[in-house]
Design a protein around this ligand. Structure first.
Ligand SMILES: Cc1ncc(C[n+]2csc(CCOP(=O)(O)OP(=O)(O)O)c2C)c(N)n1
Ligand code: SF4
Ligand SMILES: [Mg+2]
Length: 198
């Protein structure tokens, strides 16, 4: 995985949370995603939420699959545990880690391709089993990392990178989650990130 380490310097006047940490303590490496990618907005919101909730970084485990979205755990919570697993297999790896250590806070980071295509079964069963985790699906409407491929929950609109729309029934990952009765579901838009970290 490509990365650029961040400089350690920080302004001495940065605000601190109840633990005495600044936002810098919740950051990771410099993102190598495309400039303006919405995934980076989600990363910023996770940093903000963990700062505001005064979460101890060493108590968090970030587990992801494969994709641009699944690269993002490298860009936040650099002092947390993390594992970048296999495409669509984040839920099973996270479930195993959860069985081994129930004291950590588990963040599962995935994409619409990772969770609604190759990993759809794992996605559904992790909810059915009520695995103690926060499952984040960064839905950009495309297989971003592999470029130009239609992803599985198509809308009526054309894939902007493909000439033809996918001719199958739309299914959204949040609708699938609701049918499995998870305890809490939230959905937001990365361009309005201030609203969804609260
Ligand atoms: C088993 C397997 N099949 C296919 C791939 C190729 N592949 C890598 S990323 C990806 C799609 C990722 O899409 P998504 O989860 O939506 O993430 P995004 O890049 O859009 O954030 C695919 C098909 C792979 N790495 N492993
Ligand atoms: S290819 Fe798409 S999803 Fe991947 S970093 Fe670039 S803008 Fe983001
Ligand atoms: Mg995607």
């Amino acid at each position: 995985m490509t990365y650029i380490a961040k400089p350690k310097f920080q302004h001495p006047g940065l605000p601190r949370n109840d633990l005495g940490y600044t936002h810098r303590d919740y950051e990771g490496k410099v993102s190598t995603l495309c400039a303006g990618c919405g995934h980076d907005s989600i990363t910023a919101s996770i940093i903000e939420a963990c700062f505001e909730l005064s979460i101890e970084p060493h108590r968090v485990a970030k587990i992801s699959g494969i994709g641009c979205s699944s690269k993002t755990p490298d860009y936040f919570l650099g002092n947390s545990h993390g594992f970048n697993s296999v495409h669509g297999r984040m839920p099973s790896v996270l479930t195993g880690a959860n069985l081994a250590n129930r004291d950590l806070i588990y963040l599962g980071v995935s994409g619409d391709g990772d969770s609604a295509s190759i990993g759809f079964g794992q996605f559904a069963h992790s909810i059915r089993r009520a695995v103690n985790m926060t499952y984040i699906v960064e839905n950009n409407g495309v297989y971003g990392l592999t470029r130009a491929s239609s992803r599985p929950p198509p809308t009526a609109a054309r894939n902007p990178r493909r000439a033809s729309p996918t001719p199958t029934t739309p299914s959204t990952s949040s609708r699938s989650r609701c049918s499995s009765a998870p305890p809490f579901v939230a959905r937001s838009f990365s361009a309005t990130s201030r609203s969804w970290c609260r």
